[in-house]
Design a protein around this ligand. Structure first.
Ligand SMILES: [Zn+2]
Length: 451
């Protein structure tokens, strides 16, 4: 167990520019540093999950699915920016200052319910809790806590912020709140960073451990794979903060910066030896050896537990009754309506496309698209007050217009044979189909919102 430490709290380069390395690089480097588990907890998004699963499979690693969410107790469920603004107007100055904080919260799914709850929570945050960042509140967190492990997280968590603002008493009060919300799924997360707030925060967490006996874990905040990547992380920081490297270095030298990455260049994926060295050189005064060992062992335990998430990755499409037959009939009707030439070329093309669509199990998909597009066309004149319905969906675009079957069904209005467009660009025996992207508009001339 001692040789098996896990790096959690890992950031991957997504659009948030928060971590430099890619999932594939983490997976490859995991082998070099003897990692069995690959844990990815991007900030506010689970967009890296598909890559995490496929790369873990490729490299024989156990994936652990998580997210470092943003949480704010005061965040209301808002539908629009205006809702949030109205809510803020009624806050006291003290509350308003608290409302401004995007506190971090690390969450790891440990079963299928936990996974869908995590998906729910991150979606909720983008849809109903967006204030500078996608945020959740305690109410939704409590409702959707099942199957998820939560930790005290980094020095920018609610617990840490309570502790730094109000000392042990305020910190313990927030710990108690988390204990009441998450019960035995709540862990105290130690980290060994250079960031100046980490040591006092770890020391506080150890006092909380002594007081409440909440289990400890140890994580390593990874923003990139290798030590030398720290430089690239800085380049990303330049982009993010719109500062030059000189300005960033001056900030780092002044010691005043609150930019986390400037205070910490210790964010690479470490081997067991490197972690032990870090503990010996920097943290042995803070974390007692026995507790250090315990925290490492617990980290492996929660990852073993999290390995129970089994995601069914098969494509799920609704199935209509007699889908193949109905599709064939619709094509025949469409052929007449479209007045297609009665030649071998057209017959052969339709037959080939139809057989492949059938074989790939896409008949229902085509028919459902037809229902949606027909409905949009029918409703459009009524909604717009003009036109023949074509305004709602346009003539169609992308590789999809290479399908003669789709033309017969009036999913698009481009005749592919006449224009020399290939069906194989859209769907071929060797690869899965590309998506039909359907967009409906209720404002085809762009009067509203510049759309
Ligand atoms: Zn954090």
């Amino acid at each position: 167990m001692d040789d098996d430490i896990v790096q959690s709290h890992m950031k991957v380069w997504k659009r948030c520019l928060d971590g430099y390395s890619k999932v594939q690089e983490y997976a490859e480097y995991s082998k070099e540093v003897n990692q069995k588990y690959l844990v990815i907890t991007d900030h506010g998004t689970m967009a890296a999950v598909p890559q995490l699963l496929s790369e873990s499979e490729k490299h024989n690693l156990t994936p652990v699915i998580g997210c470092e969410m943003y949480v704010n107790e005061l965040q209301p469920e808002s539908k629009t920016k205006l809702d949030t603004a109205k809510f803020r107007a009624n806050l006291s100055p003290e509350e308003d200052a608290r409302f401004g904080k995007n506190n971090h919260l690390l969450a790891l799914a440990y079963n299928d319910v936990g996974y869908s709850n995590l998906v729910y929570l991150t979606s909720w945050a983008w849809k109903h809790g967006f204030y500078k960042k996608p945020r959740i509140n305690h109410k939704v967190l409590y409702e959707r806590r099942e199957g998820i492990i939560f930790t005290s997280t980094c020095a920018n968590s609610e617990i840490a912020n309570a502790f730094f603002a109000g000392g042990d008493e305020a910190g313990f009060a927030m710990v108690e709140k988390y204990m009441a919300m998450f019960g035995e799924n709540f862990y105290l997360e130690l980290m060994m960073l250079d960031f100046k707030l980490q040591k006092p925060y770890d020391a506080f967490l150890l006092r909380a451990h002594a007081k409440y006996n909440i289990p400890l874990i140890l994580s390593q905040d990874c923003h990139y794979c290798k030590k030398e990547h720290s430089r690239y992380q800085r380049l990303m920081l330049m982009q993010q903060t719109k500062r030059t490297i000189k300005e960033l270095e001056a900030l780092a030298a002044s010691g005043e910066s609150d930019l986390f990455e400037l205070q910490d260049q210790n964010l690479w994926m470490k081997s067991e030896e490197e972690l032990n060295l870090k503990w010996e050189s920097d943290y042995s005064q803070i974390i007692d050896y026995e507790l250090y060992k315990q925290a490492k062992a617990n980290t492996v335990k929660i990852c073993e537990k999290a390995a129970n998430v089994k995601i069914d990755r098969n494509i799920k499409l609704p199935k209509l009754e007699n889908e193949d037959l109905v599709l064939w009939e619709e094509i025949q009707k469409g052929k007449i309506k479209r007045r297609l030439p009665n030649t071998d070329e057209y017959e052969k093309r339709i037959k080939e496309e139809y057989e492949l669509i059938k074989e790939k199990g896409f008949s229902s998909y085509f028919l459902i698209q037809k229902m949606m597009i027909d409905e949009a066309r029918n409703k459009s004149p009524e909604i717009l007050g003009f036109g023949d319905g074509s305004e709602a969906v346009g003539p169609g675009r992308g590789s999809f217009v290479g399908s003669l079957v789709a033309y017969c069904l009036r999913l698009h209005d481009v005749e592919p044979v006449k224009h020399g467009l290939l069906f194989s660009r859209f769907l071929s025996p060797a690869r899965g189909g590309k998506q039909m992207k359907t967009r409906f508009t209720i404002d085809p001339i762009g009067e509203e919102n510049g759309k």
